[in-house]
Design a protein around this ligand. Sequence first.
Ligand code: MLT
Length: 324
Amino acid sequence: MKPLLSCLALAAALAAPPAARGAYPDRPVTMIVPFAAGGPTDVIARIVAENMSRTLGQQVVIENVAGAGGTTGITRAAQAAPDGYTIAMGHMGTHGAAPALYPDLKYDPVKDFAPIGLAAGTPIVIVARKDFPAKDLKEFLAYVKANSDKLNEAHAGVGSVSFTSCALFNSLAGARPTRVTYRGTGPAMNDLVSGQVDYMCDQIVNLVPQIQAGTIKAYAVALPERSPALPDVPTTKEAGLPEFQVSAWNAVFAPRGTPPEILKKLSDALVKAVEDPGTSKRLLDLGGDLSNKAARTPDGLGKLVESEVARWSKVLKAAAPPAK
Ligand code: MLT
């Protein structure tokens, strides 16, 4: 082809609507994880992305864009081209709690995204360094109340699940620890294991191997029932803090305006991933909760996000001041 003709052909191809350019996806899809590698959001994203890549016939590549409690990466996803090549793993923090904590949040979790589906529910567990001087939750509550000015609590930034959950826990416990910010609870876990920080309220999928290995202590899971992945860890109700009930969730979103046929492909691939026996076993073994099938659909996830934004705005006004 002559150079002028090939330029014209390229221009025509780029001007064509996505469907006419070839079947979606014809190149790798980026899934933004708004926290550091190795934490719960990253772990869930990598498990489902591996399976989605097989279904879509293109790699779903994880890009960790950490900062500001997950809101930096999610802002980037909201502003990406709505062409199905940039999606994000958001969660109860980025798409539920963040609006109540950031008056200047650059995205609206409801209006700026097309929901794809829920990946997994992730119960919250109260964990501490392995030599923390409390044998159960009652002793832990008494200790954090009496000594909170000497204690460091780790979290993944204002608006993250760990920040939000422990804001609630601290308020119920009457504790005022130093709140230490990390780019994700993956790096925070390293410091909890080495004893540089004292405790955190984290999503179960980041915790099960460490609790089983005895490198950290678990005081309670904030659920009405024990988690099958941690059958020896009592619920907050059993252990003496029944008011502390928090379960997070991780879900996949595309920017608003993504074409419906692309959303359908992504949503079908996600459902297939979560329902695949091998993938679901990996999520369940880590304590993931796969019971909310309704939220695995775009409509169901949309409803979940709306209700979570409303819920956390009420809860957090009482428990945590807005970020500067
Ligand atoms: C959170 O606290 O929101 C998460 O644990 C962050 C992460 O995935 O590291």
